[in-house]
Design a protein around this ligand. Structure first.
Ligand code: PEP
Ligand code: MG
Length: 752
């Protein structure tokens, strides 16, 4: 059953035309369930009806013509109830509607199952039979499972169909929705970067230049064979000789007499090289998948691995051919720091990440660079984006593909308005950071990504509240040496001489992966990350601390911050290692070193309850609201599927933050905010109302936040605090802050 299911879903995913995919789908289901009829209806939300798209059993002439209203008949009922309906005598059911065009009189039994993607009903699958019987539980669960798996494939297929239409049609239908990742709007050309290729992302395409495609394929095979030779040489002596034989097998498979020949035939039939490769690899891999012998089944994996390598090399040559547009909208499955580094800053106008959400690091990086970003736009496969003109609206999380000129003109007007507002904030950037009633605030910057950019406002800030040291680690292909780190840290410390610079020790793991130190875990956010990893690797931790201490000589503005602390023993061990590094450096250079202040990040809920013990051990703490929200709400900050649940303005998060500020005040324990919440207008107002006065944020937000704080009085904020804390949902909190801003006539000036 499982392999049948898998095959049906794969067949649909592989077929380039939606009509053909659905026609194949209904026939496969009919055969798999040995039933008499299977049909699929797709929802049309503009027309408010389900259209019969394919059938094997009903009248073929009705396909594409029979539409059933959302509130009509059994199909409409399945859609409304969003659950399967299983009836022995469908025609007796009060919701049954006679539709003569489909000729279904001979059928009695009916099982309808909704196809739902992201809570939206995309369509209905039905099976019918003449016998008066209720379909079995097995049949029902087969259809439900299939419906669930098909949902994302169909969502993709629909977008694929839309994308292949003319640009003017796309202007009407080509709006994609994602999640707002970084504010701002931009117009540019999509430039797709892929870290590694994925067969799922390849949509099948024909080409009318078979010779060119064949040449591309031969070239990719040549490179792949050379790679295998290198790999085999490197492995020789490390793995048994018989295991090395796999490379010979790969060579043979690529030869003209084997898979190679099949691929050449597909190219001759008109498929482009990538499509030919995908079709052949998937066909053979599936044949092996279905074999009973476990050894032979494994060969399916080998074929996929081999295909993947050839595909990488095919895409590589393709990517090299693509010229970087003037205004780059960087599109990737998951945007990484290294990808950002590949595009010159002056050409990069926006970022679109198919995966991730508002608080994943791609979004944080975009905000740090002041570039609009939309996250989690996974409806359209990666390769469909290449070279399309794109409008990115990072406020709303919308994308417009190939928009008409009138829409572009409207967005250009909005972009200009935005620039005027930014200029207005910038005019006050040199004025003191204080409220309208004179209460001083400390506004610091979060940095680590592009030091030149991040020191540009240095004189108007109160220093660096969070230097994320992992970004320089991520950009390399090995751990940076102690000397490389010293030079890097010196730039930051001297860029902010006389101001505090809070440097966080390496915080990798979770969604921050080092390309050269892979951590594969089932649940990485609850796993080996931050301080847990570095305490297990004192050789990494000590080198980093030594580099920080050396860079601090003569400047004395270093503060060290420990990430992901969940237990006091971790603090004690980290302090011990910092002391050890300090002795070593002092000994090596024969000088007395300045003693940096040490702080702890409050981002794991457990440590919130040990604040007195923490205050007795370290000099300060800094609240990482990004992770604290993720851990308090049990919502992965990187997962677009649950992004609607991730909200730092959730009443529980706000109550936790209030409790923290109260306790820190009683303990006289210096506390600051370095998560994204402190750089957002609603967030900073609520936090200031709680008594927080030190905020570290992206450079691009600082002028706006200063402008805002200078226009409110602390007493006004304190007055709304009880109502904020009594809110029952993030939405209520936002409405409350919005009302406050409206009353103060500030709302319209906060964004375009
Ligand atoms: C946080 O978790 O709020 C934080 C500032 O750290 P990061 O986003 O780097 O995990
Ligand atoms: Mg964090």
């Amino acid at each position: 059953m499982l392999s049948q299911l898998r095959r049906i879903v794969q067949d649909v995913a592989q077929e380039p035309a939606l009509d053909n995919a659905l026609a194949g789908l209904v026939s496969s289901i009919k055969t798999a369930l040995a039933t008499e009829c299977c049909s699929v209806y797709l929802a049309d939300y503009q027309q408010q009806h389900f259209m019969l798209m394919a059938t094997d059993g009903l009248n073929q002439d009705a396909v594409g013509k029979v539409a059933i209203g959302f509130s009509e008949g059994l199909i409409g009922w399945v859609g409304q109830r969003e659950e399967p309906i299983n009836l022995a005598q469908a025609h007796r059911h009060p919701r049954f509607r006679v539709t003569p065009e489909v000729s279904e009189d001979r059928f009695s039994a009916f099982l309808g199952c909704p196809i739902i993607h992201h809570r939206k009903v995309l369509g209905v699958l039905t099976i019918q039979q003449s016998a008066e019987r209720v379909f079995s539980e097995d049949e029902e669960s087969f259809l439900v499972t299939l419906g669930a798996q098909l949902a994302s494939v169909l969502a993709n297929a629909e977008m694929r169909d839309a994308a292949s239409q003319s640009p003017s049609t796309m202007a009407k239908s080509g709006q994609l929705s994602g999640l707002p990742g970084a504010p701002g709007m931009a117009i540019g050309e999509a430039y797709v970067l892929q870290p590694s290729s994925d067969f799922d992302a390849i949509s099948l395409k024909k080409s009318d230049e078979p010779e060119k495609e064949l040449a591309l394929f031969y070239r990719a095979v040549k490179i792949t064979k050379a790679e295998f030779n290198r790999l085999a040489e490197r492995m020789a002596g490390h793995i048994p000789a018989d295991a090395l034989a796999i490379f010979d097998v790969y060579h043979q498979l690529l030869d003209a007499a084997s898979l190679g020949q099949e691929i050449e035939l597909q190219i001759a039939e008109g498929w482009c090289a990538k499509s030919a490769l995908k079709r052949v690899v998937e066909k053979f891999a599936r044949q092996f998948d279905d074999m009973d012998d476990p050894y032979l089944r494994e060969r399916g994996t080998d074929i996929r691995d081999l295909g993947q390598r050839v595909l990488n090399n095919l895409l590589d040559s393709e990517q090299r051919k693509v010229k970087l547009p003037q205004q780059v909208v960087l599109v990737a499955d998951n945007v990484t720091a290294t990808m950002l580094a590949e595009v010159p800053r002056e050409q990069l106008v926006a970022i679109v990440s198919l995966r991730g959400s508002v608080n994943s690091h791609a979004a944080i990086m975009a905000r740090a660079l002041g570039i609009p970003a939309v996250m989690g736009v996974n409806e359209l496969p990666l390769l469909h984006w290449q070279n399309q003109q794109v409008i990115v609206d990072g406020y709303e999380g919308h994308i417009l593909l190939s928009p008409v000129e009138a829409i572009c003109a409207e967005y250009r007007r909005l972009i200009n308005e935005d620039a005027e507002l930014s200029a207005r904030y910038q005019q006050e950037v040199a004025l003191p950071s204080q409220s309208a009633c004179g209460k001083p605030f400390k506004l610091m910057v979060n940095c680590g990504l592009a030091i030149e950019l991040e020191t540009s406002n240095a004189e108007y800030t109160d220093g660096v509240g969070l230097y994320r040291t992992e970004f320089p680690f991520i950009m390399r292909n090995r751990f940076p040496t102690e000397q490389e780190q010293v030079e890097l840290y010196q730039k930051v410390l001297s860029g902010y001489a006389d101001k505090a610079v809070v440097m966080r020790t390496l915080d990798v793991g979770g969604d921050k992966a080092l390309p050269y130190f892979s951590i594969i875990e089932e649940n990485p956010f609850l796993g080996w990350r931050g301080i847990r990893l570095t305490l297990d690797h004192p050789e990494i931790f000590l080198v980093q601390i030594r580099a920080m201490l050396k860079a601090n000589i003569g400047l004395d503005n270093l503060h060290i911050l420990l990430p992901m602390i969940s237990d006091l023993a971790e603090v004690d061990e980290a302090i011990r290692l910092i002391r050890q590094a300090s002795f070593e450096v002092s000994d090596e250079l024969n000088i007395a070193l300045p003693k940096p202040k040490i702080g702890v990040m409050i981002e794991v809920p457990s440590i919130m309850y040990q604040l007195p013990e923490l205050a007795a051990r370290v000099d300060f703490c800094s609240v990482g609201t990004n992770d604290l929200t993720q851990y308090l709400l049990a919502v992965d900050r990187n997962n677009a599927r649950v992004a609607n649940l991730y909200d730092a303005l959730h009443p529980s998060v706000l109550r936790a933050l209030h409790q923290l500020s109260e306790q820190a005040r009683q303990l006289q324990f210096p506390i600051s905010i370095c998560g994204e919440l402190g750089g957002e207008p609603a967030g900073v107002l609520v936090l200031a109302a709680m008594g927080y006065s030190r905020f570290s944020m992206n450079n691009s937000n600082l002028a706006k936040i200063k402008w805002l704080l200078r226009r409110v009085k602390v007493a006004e904020l304190e007055a709304i605090l009880p109502d904020v804390l009594a809110c029952q949902s993030p939405k209520q909190v936002k409405q409350l802050v919005q009302r406050f801003l409206e009353q103060k006539q500030l709302l319209s000036q906060l964004r375009a």
